[in-house]
Each structure stands twice: as C-alpha cells, then as structure tokens.
Ligand binder design. Structure first.
Ligand SMILES: [Zn+2]
Length: 265
C-alpha cells in the first residue's frame, strides 16, 4: 500500500519480538514496499537489547536502541548499566539511542523510586555517550518533565530525544519540545477517543514530530486490535496530514528530517 511519494522512518518498533519470529523478513519487505526506509528496534532490557542488535545484523539499514524499560526497572543495577554501555559502544554503528527508558506509574510493575533511579542512571549514560533517549511515559508526565529540567539546571543542557507514544497534554508537549524532546506519534492518533493526541498534533509545529508504530502494539485504524507492523505507518502519516491540513508527503518529508537529525546527526 504505497500511499506516500516519500520515504518515512519508523522510529519505534519491537520487530525483534517473538510475534515476528515467523515473518521478520516479510515484515521488512512489506515495510520497504510501503516506503518505510528505516526502522529503529527498541530494547526493553539488557537481553532484549542484545536481541534487537542481533536482528539488525540480519537486515541492512536497521538500527537499535539499548535500555531498560520502566516495566523492567527492577533489573536495573550497576552491572546492567555497564552492560548497556558496553553494547552501545561496541555497536556504535547500530545503536542510535538509549531506550526505552522512563516512568510508568500506571502499571507500576516496579516501585516508583526504582523506576526513577533507573531512569536517571540511563539519562546519564545517554549524556555520557552523547546519544538521544527514547522515553516511555505513562501517568508520569510532570515527574518526567521535572527530571529532564533537573539535568538542564545542573548541566545547562537537557537530554534530547523522543517522548514515545505521547499521551500527555498540549501544554506538557510544548514543555518537552522546548526542552529538546520530539513527540512520537503512532497509531493512537487514528483512534476515535484520542482527541488529546490529535490536539497535540494540531497545536505543535511539524518540527516537533517523529512517526512510530510501536509494532506489534497500537495498530492504526482500520487494523486496530491486530498485530501492528511498520508497513502500516503511512496510515499514521496520512492522519497527521489530515489534522494539520497538509499533504502526507509534507508530513513524510518533515518527520524524516526530524528523525534523521535525532538519530543520525
Ligand atoms: Zn515500545
């Protein structure tokens, strides 16, 4: 379904998940046919980050991030941080960010204090390695802003990166953007009830956004509830274009540039 005249980048996919074990290559082919030129595979803990890196070696022009997701914050330790550092430095050509990291106070799978410690340690790792961060945030937008601002205060510069799968308010989105974070827009922008997501897309400039699937999760309409995959990403670009009253190709051009600036400077 090549509905775009330009290439787009899927900045967030879990294509190395078991869900794609039987058709990883086919999913990549479908993505290419749909105009998705690059895909970033996102690590969720040390083991999963290793898997992401391994999968990128099977497929040219794919990249990976390494990090410990807030759901796995209990696995955070000095050892796991040094393992992430080792992965990022050994695979400098492949690893484009530290992520996904952050706070999830909705599920609270790990105690909040531990989530915060893991988040800070990984922000510091990213700053040390001069890499961007991919942030997962749920019901903790103010806390995340506070943490990012604290780095701004002590280093004169906040970490930069992307607020993946953004569900916060327009005001918070502006604050993240002003701190140097981009906003990740995915399938949820097509959901009937996601009016706040659409408000964020409407209000912020095109320079603030990157596209993402979060495959296998959050498939856009009309695939909602099914397994998501990178080839569905043009549907997200199209919806963003409708909201902003511009062409999908303009969305593709701008978001591709934004993603390139962020991950391949
Ligand atoms: Zn994710």
């Amino acid at each position: 379904m090549a509905i775009l005249g330009r290439m787009i980048i899927d900045t967030h996919a879990h294509l190395h998940d078991q869900e794609f074990d039987y058709d990883f290559r086919e999913a990549l082919e479908r993505a290419s046919e749909a105009g998705v030129s690059r895909i970033v595979l996102i690590g969720e803990n040390v083991q999963n980050s290793v898997r992401a890196i391994e999968k990128t070696q099977m497929a040219p022009a794919r990249w990976a991030t390494v990090g410990i997701h807030p759901h796995h914050a209990k696995e955070f330790s000095a050892t796991s941080i040094s393992k992430l550092r080792e992965l990022a430095t050994h695979h400098r050509e492949t690893v484009v960010a530290i992520g996904e990291i952050g706070l999830d106070f909705y599920y609270d799978f790990s105690p909040q204090a531990i989530q915060e410690r893991a988040f800070r340690a990984q922000i510091e790792l990213a700053m040390e390695l001069q890499l961007p961060v991919v942030i997962h945030c749920r019901e903790a937008y103010d806390q995340s802003l506070e943490i990012l601002r604290s780095y701004c205060a002590s280093f004169g510069k906040a970490p930069w990166g992307v607020m993946h799968c953004y569900f916060g308010t327009v005001e918070q989105a502006w604050e993240f953007f002003e701190l140097g974070m981009l906003i990740g827009v995915g399938g949820s922008v097509t959901f009937k009830k996601a009016e706040t997501v659409r408000a964020v897309v409407r209000e912020l400039p095109l320079e603030a956004f990157v596209l993402e699937t979060d495959a296998p999760y959050l498939a856009p309409v009309p695939y909602r509830g099914k397994r998501n995959e990178p080839s569905f990403l043009p549907l997200v670009a199209q919806r963003v274009a409708e909201i902003k009253g511009i062409t999908a190709d303009d969305v593709a051009t701008a978001t591709t540039q934004n993603a390139q600036r962020l991950f391949w400077p």
